[in-house]
Design a binder for this molecule. Structure first.
Ligand code: GLN
Length: 193
């Protein structure tokens, strides 16, 4: 299985380690020549504004949009989730594919980054929030809440997309890796979750 990871900047290398650990092959996406034949896609955390600027030169977001809409399993974390949101407070709408409103830097500045307890599907673990955004509104009934930190919604699923505001790739705990393995293996069936 080939898993494309947007690799303009941010935590793409950590995601590639997760993918290798579960026996799949990471494909680093830096330009448009290597997105054919992917089985899944990951949009990592980092800085969404920087990713947008780099895309002005590389121009691959349109192709990624088509790929996502084709129904392949797509995971986004943090800045990646900002890229996919239909409404962005304090930032740009980029590859709108999830019916959420997201608010950038909603916990404060970089120094307000923290580790917190997250329920992710039916597991509970400590995960990192790095200058994280908040999912401030669900904009359609198609969006299912799959992760919470206290009362905050920190993960949603809509069809083939799972969008998180924390960084499971920095933990690589057994539960997350097993989930990721199955999510990617489901392929197009992931839409029926
Ligand atoms: N603050 C970043 C942004 O708004 C997101 C941070 C992250 O991806 N960890 O793009």
């Amino acid at each position: 299985m080939k898993v494309g990871i947007l690799s303009f900047q941010g935590s793409f290398f950590d995601h590639s380690k997760s993918i290798e650990t579960i026996g799949y092959s990471p494909v680093f996406i830096k330009h448009d020549t290597n997105i054919q034949d992917l089985d899944a896609l990951i949009l990592p955390g980092g800085e969404s504004t920087a990713m947008n600027k780099i895309n002005n030169y590389q121009n691959i977001f349109n192709d990624l949009d088509i790929l996502i809409k084709s129904g392949i399993p797509t995971l986004s974390t943090c800045a990646g989730t900002i890229l996919l949101a239909n409404q962005v407070v304090g930032g740009n709408i980029t590859i709108p594919n999830i019916d959420i409103q997201i608010t950038r830097n909603a916990y404060g500045r970089q120094t307000e980054s923290f580790e917190g307890s997250v329920s992710f599907f039916d597991n509970e673990d400590i995960y990192c929030f790095i200058r994280a955004p908040k999912i401030t509104q669900l904009l359609s009934d198609d969006v299912k809440v799959i992760a919470k930190h206290d009362s905050d919604i920190v993960g949603v699923q809509q069809k083939n997309i799972v969008a998180l505001t924390f960084h499971p790739e920095l933990n690589n705990d057994r539960y997350y890796l097993d989930w990721l393995h199955n999510f990617i293996k489901e392929g197009k069936n992931v839409r029926t979750f």
